[in-house]
Ligand binder design. Structure first.
Ligand code: GLC
Length: 668
């Protein structure tokens, strides 16, 4: 067995990203299988034909990242097609698995390009924008062990409150309190379990952070209480931009204290997002971060115990400068006979006003008293916003574990919150992308995660929603969310399969003790919650290439259907397993399978869970919400042999803002 080693190499003067929590001595000479250019900006590694490349967290394409070029750059891009290079999170960790298995973490807060067999099919080329970074090389004998050591290096993952493992309903937007009441009533009256409803940007007054639109949500504190009485947590959104408005306290304070990001002339940098013109709090400046974090108190005092931080790449609709330029270009082209090149110029000018790289170059942070161009630390912005809130929660409400997840992220943020996968679409391919991203995110420390079930953009259909739900019931964050202007997609909107939606939601609640326990084990032991088959069944050529099945926790495998009009799917069974065909939590049939390939029928109203050999699946009777789950109804199915045990975790008390979980070793 190979011993594990972690080597750290430092090039130039890296900016401290705080991603790594352990001290590692600095080594001098890179191992001979890693080539590096003289300017230290390009790293080259030869890939064997059958080597796999894993990691990169939030990214398009498969679990095995070979065959594309990726860029770590927090990017507000809602069209996640397979040719995109970056999404909202930046996670520069990769692992090469083959004859020689090792992991690489390029700790650098701006663009790192991972050319994984794009330019040269058998080469991994990593290009770092500046030669100021730390490189960690982790060697061990298996992908699992590399993940474990990497995760030890970056620290323990965030543990969400137990209620946040219940189902959560969102929409951009529930426009007023009555709309939210109606969602809750519809869930309850249909017998659909639910724990949370989200408040998107319209709960605010003119999209101003930490304000409430009193007309739409009168007596907000009472409204939060009313929801709590129904066991519903309300989760408001917080955006990174602070509206510029005379008399708006947060803006006035931030300006007076000089806590906003600056432009090259030292003035507050002005961008526009939902409310029109905004300033961005300088989350990389500790004093400004503390100041903004304290603002969450306003909502916590009203009973709020969950938040989602958004637009924190940061997303920029336009900057003043860019808009002026664009308008000049449009004016110049007015009344012209616009041909091909002018047409492209016009189109690029208009599209180019958003999230323009030149704007990111004009933003400045004050880090420990030094002015640093945003362009050099771009990927830390959302992380620092979220960290500012997490640190404040410990001061404001040390007796509460507050739910939080963010859109933008860098490695290290996983210690403070979860992430969701951003603005996906109601596309069948995005069910598969959701599945494939889960293990990659786990590798980078993000355990509390999930996608917008049913898809955010575009119109959802009943069958897509059912199939997506059949995957969603296994993800820690289980939230149905959709965009303004799209078809309503709350589960009760679809009448033909009402019974199936109810059964699947109830099944989720039956599975919560298992999902929560396996989540805690993954967090405590720095393991994956979602494991690719290739990690577990090494040397099995079929398992090594499976991209659409996952192990969830230690005991089960899932193989969701992600194609329209399918009546089932091919499943590879890598070892003897018991398939449980669930119509409902208490209505299922068991089928034994030996190792091999099978076509398994999975009707729209069913979910199949594969229980591994000598393993069990704990189930509890469902309830309308997590608070009403009755653990005394816990029972086991699967390979129930005498003398076995199952380690169950439950939520204990909260100390210093974190849950101290309780461990129960149950005899079966
Ligand atoms: C962004 C978020 C989305 C939210 C919308 C409005 O697009 O990603 O989830 O609904 O903004 O706030």
């Amino acid at each position: 067995m190979k011993t594990t080693s972690i080597q750290k190499y430092v090039f130039g003067k890296p900016i401290d990203t705080k991603a790594v929590i352990k001290d590692v001595d600095i080594s001098e000479n890179l191992p001979n299988y890693i080539g590096i250019s003289d300017d230290k900006q390009t790293i080259a590694i030869s890939l064997g034909e059958s080597d796999k490349v894993y990691g990169l967290g939030e990214a398009v394409r498969g679990i095995n990242k070979r065959g594309w070029i990726y860029e770590t750059y927090c990017n507000d891009d809602p069209v996640h097609t397979e040719t995109k290079r970056s999404l909202y999170g930046a996670h520069p960790f990769v692992m090469i698995a083959g004859n020689h298995t090792f992991g690489l973490f390029v700790d650098f807060p701006d663009r790192v390009t991972f050319d994984v067999g794009y330019t040269d099919i058998n080469k991994l080329q990593i290009t770092v924008k500046e030669a100021n970074y730390s490189l960690y090389v982790i060697e061990s004998d298996s992908p699992r062990s590399i993940v474990k050591h990497f995760r030890q290096l970056i620290g323990k993952s965030y543990i969400a409150p137990f209620w946040a493992f219940g189902f959560q309903q969102s929409r951009w937007s529930y426009a007023n309190a009555d709309a939210v009441r109606s969602v809750i009533d519809n869930y309850r009256s249909n017998g659909f379990p639910i724990d949370a409803v989200y408040l998107d940007i319209d709960y605010m007054e003119d999209f101003k952070d930490f304000t409430i639109n009193e007309e739409r949500f009168p007596n907000f504190k009472k409204f939060v209480e009313e929801a709590k009485e129904k066991n519903i947590h309300l989760v408001p959104i917080i955006d990174a931009g602070v509206k510029i408005e005379k008399g708006y306290k947060i803006y006035e304070e931030g300006k007076a204290l000089s806590y906003f990001c600056k432009d090259e002339d030292g003035n507050d940098f002005i961008a526009a997002v939902w409310p029109g013109k905004v300033c961005f709090p300088d989350f990389l400046n500790n004093a400004a971060a503390n100041w903004f974090g304290e603002k969450y108190k306003y909502l916590i005092d009203m009973g709020i115990d969950g938040f989602w931080n958004d637009m924190n790449e940061p997303a920029i609709f336009y900057s003043e400068k860019r808009l002026d330029k664009a308008i000049d270009t449009i004016a110049e082209l007015k009344c012209r006979n616009i041909g091909i090149y002018d047409y492209f110029r016009l189109k690029d000018t208009v599209y180019g006003i958003s999230n323009n790289p030149d704007d990111y170059k004009s933003i400045y942070h004050s880090i420990d008293g030094t002015q640093v161009c945003h362009d050099r630390v771009h990927n830390l912005f959302g992380t620092c916003m979220t960290k500012s809130a997490a640190n404040a929660f410990k001061r404001i409400a040390p007796d509460k574990n507050i739910l939080m997840f963010s859109r933008a992220s860098y490695i290290g943020m996983h210690r403070y919150s979860g992430i969701w996968m951003g603005d996906n679409q109601s596309w069948w391919s995005h069910i598969k992308l959701n599945l494939q991203m889960l293990p990659s995110l786990n590798m980078c420390g993000f355990l509390y995660s999930g996608a917008d079930i049913g898809g955010f953009g575009d119109n959802c259909t009943e069958d897509l929603l059912l199939r997506w739900l059949a995957l969603g019931i296994f993800t820690p964050l289980m939230r149905n969310h959709s965009a303004l202007g799209t078809r309503d997609q709350e589960f009760y909107r679809f009448s033909s399969h009402k019974e199936a939606f109810r059964s699947l939601l109830q099944l989720r609640y039956s599975l919560i003790p298992y999902i929560y326990s396996e989540f805690i084990k993954a967090a405590e032991n720095n393991e994956l919650l979602f494991t690719p088959l290739s990690f577990e069944y090494r040397g099995d050529k079929y398992a090594e290439s499976i991209e659409d099945q996952l192990l969830v926790g230690e005991n089960i495998m899932i193989a969701p259907v992600y194609e329209p009009n399918a009546v089932g799917r091919y499943v590879y069974i890598p070892e003897e397993m018991t398939a449980v065909h669930f119509k409902a939590y208490d209505d299922y049939t068991l089928h034994q399978y030996s190792k091999g390939h099978y076509y398994i029928e999975i009707p729209l109203n069913e979910v199949v869970v594969f229980i591994r050999k000598n393993k069990v699946l704990p189930l509890v009777s469902p309830a309308d919400c997590t608070a009403n789950l009755d653990m005394s109804t816990l029972h086991f199915i699967g390979d129930v042999a005498k003398g076995q045990t199952y380690t169950l975790y439950t939520e204990g008390k909260v100390e210093n803002g974190e849950t101290v979980v309780q461990k129960h070793v149950l005899s079966i």
